[in-house]
Ligand binder design. Structure first.
Ligand code: FDA
Length: 532
């Protein structure tokens, strides 16, 4: 033990020599000493803490940045990147950052649309949970413990390895981290049958502002309520989740039917709006609406793909479709019967017989430059108005993509206040506006973001109002940001907060005032404390 400790100290001293001059030696030294004091593992600090002077600092920093728009941001300069390998490293990171007046950014999968898990304009550290990603599946109990740094693809893979009749309802992109995904909701292809990922969380382990590790019992129901979809990072660092596995049939069916305006897309989309939230709960049919080149040279048209998962076989699906959506003309040849795990690959776009092992690849999803926004729709948009929307989408060179995801089913049965995610009964579907581009630089960004805002503005009459609501996981800083510093005003934050959480925002702020009254865990859209 003594030799382990002295080896650790030697490594620690060597590590200190590599601290950059730009970072004050005393702060670095004290911060690193503080971290090593709290470590309960024998792993030397140099193995999980990186400063700008380390040769692997940049590659670790950039490793999971999904939105390449932020790669050249001036706010991408953490003083330390901590990649804990033991829970005590997370505890130490919180305590020492607080002590040394450093802000914290917590990163699990790095998919935040606005980069809030790795950007800050004040001195900060990143706690990157990439090394805390163990998954322990218990099919007998229908549960699993999942560490927050796991990706949802890794979770799906580990469940499928153990059982073909268990699954989990969460997101469609395999590389999203469960730290961010579950604490913001988690909307995927089984949302109509089983709700959001966060509707299926039984317990959690969280490091609070005092560095304590709390579970559901010790944190209490108020805080547990808040970390499910309230955005965990406002309340602490989530280390792991206990999830409830859900039953899936051994055979499911997937299909995609694609139509253009010339093939009657408008009428079909109009009809879809009337029935998509009322279908059999086992049927999830989303729309991918985009501008594509038309048949005539130089011309463009709107194309819609009806991309679907049915939790059952073809024999059951075809009569259901014939009854509720005959207009689509679905045929057996359009469908593929497969396993639930293969349906995950199918929806994620892997349709060439890729083995399920690819779900373990944390860089499977190509990175890109993008800006997304979201809406919820409560009334079907008329055919005439749909045509107006197409007119706006078809205008100009820049082509946004729209994803319409049906709600209803289980989502309508959960009361608005049961969890912070309030978009339940009365919401037909969610719209995600996706704008991706390849050209780097601020001019290209401005041009594309401006176009996205133009489309979003145009959509205002057709979507939810007072407030115009949005989905937290499709983070959008255009909705409003907190003031700098710890004195975030509740009333100002309500502008964006009520869009994500409606009346639940107040309860979230009250919980915040109890568990983090000093507002240590904060970012541009964190929940501010409210004292009544
Ligand atoms: P990241 O690590 O960037 O964290 C996101 C936020 O959560 C940050 O504020 C971060 O600080 C906080 N956080 C992360 N880990 C934490 C922890 N352990 N404790 C406390 N706070 C923590 N969503 C969806 O519902 N369904 C879908 O199908 C998809 N699909 C999709 C595809 C692609 C390509 C992208 C880029 C995104 C999605 N999303 C999505 C949105 C996604 O759910 C959302 O961006 C999540 O917040 C990402 O979680 P990560 O852990 O990957 O992000």
């Amino acid at each position: 033990m003594a030799s382990l400790r002295s080896a650790s100290l030697i490594l620690f001293s060597i590590f200190l020599l590599s601290v950059p001059l730009a970072t004050s030696i005393s702060i670095s030294e004290n911060f690193l000493k503080c971290l090593s004091n709290y470590s309960k593992s024998s792993i030397p600090i140099s193995k999980y803490v990186y400063t700008p002077n380390n040769s692997s600092y940049s590659s670790i920093l950039q490793s999971s940045i999904q939105n390449l728009r932020f790669l050249s941001s001036k706010n991408l300069k953490p003083q330390f990147i901590i990649t804990p390998v033991h829970e005590s490293h997370v505890q130490g990171s919180v305590i020492c950052s607080k002590k040394h007046d450093l802000q914290i950014r917590v990163r699990s999968g790095g998919h935040d649309y606005e980069g809030l898990s790795y950007l800050s304009d004040v001195p900060f550290v990143i706690i990157d949970l990439v090394n805390l990603r163990a998954i322990d599946v218990n099919v007998k109990e229908n549960t699993a413990w999942v560490q927050a740094g796991a990706t949802i693809g890794e979770v799906y893979y580990q469940i499928a390895r153990k059982s073909i009749t268990h699954g989990f309802p969460a997101g469609t992109c395999p590389t999203i981290g469960v730290g961010g995904l579950f604490s913001g909701g988690g909307l995927g292809t089984m949302v109509r049958k089983y709700g959001l990922a966060s509707d299926n969380i039984l317990d959690a382990s969280l490091v609070d502002v005092n560095g304590r590790i709390l579970n559901r019992k010790s944190m209490g129901e108020d805080l547990f309520w808040a970390i499910l979809r309230g955005g965990g990072v406002s309340f602490g660092v989530i280390v792991s989740w206990k999830i409830r596995l859900v039953p899936v049939p051994p055979t499911v069916t997937v299909f995609t039917v694609t139509k253009t305006l010339q093939g009657g897309a408008t009428k079909l989309i109009h009809r879809w709006q009337e029935i998509a939230d009322k279908f059999h709960e086992g049927l999830f049919m989303r729309l991918i609406i985009q501008v594509v080149d038309g048949k005539n040279k130089g011309g463009t048209t709107i194309q819609v793909s009806f991309e679907s998962l049915f939790l059952g076989g073809l024999k059951e699906l075809l009569p259901l479709m014939e009854k509720s959506f005959p207009e689509l003309g679905l045929k057996a040849k359009d469908c593929t019967e497969t396993s639930w795990i293969n349906s995950i690959l199918y929806i994620a776009g892997y349709r060439n017989g890729e083995p399920m092992d690819v779900l373990k690849n944390r860089t499977l999803q190509p990175k890109s430059i993008y800006k997304n926004k979201s809406d919820f729709v409560k009334e079907p948009i008329s055919e005439i108005d749909l045509e107006e929307i197409w007119r706006v989408l078809l205008k100009g060179e820049i082509r946004p993509l729209l994803l319409w995801e049906p709600l209803g089913g289980r989502m309508s049965k959960i009361p608005e206040s049961e969890t912070p995610f309030p978009h339940r009964a009365g919401n037909l579907y969610n719209i995600q506006y996706v704008m991706q581009w390849e050209e780097g630089g601020s001019k290209a960004s401005e041009k594309h973001i401006e176009r996205m805002r133009e489309v979003y503005k145009f959509m205002a009459p057709y979507v939810s109002k007072s407030p115009r609501t949005a989905y937290l996981n499709y983070r959008d800083l255009d909705l409003g940001i907190n003031e700098e510093g710890s004195n975030t005003s509740y009333s100002k934050a309500s502008v964006w907060g009520r869009k994500y959480f409606k009346n639940n925002f107040k309860r979230l702020a009250l919980v915040k005032s109890k568990v983090d009254p000093g507002n240590f865990f904060r970012n541009e859209q964190s929940i501010p404390p409210l004292v009544l």
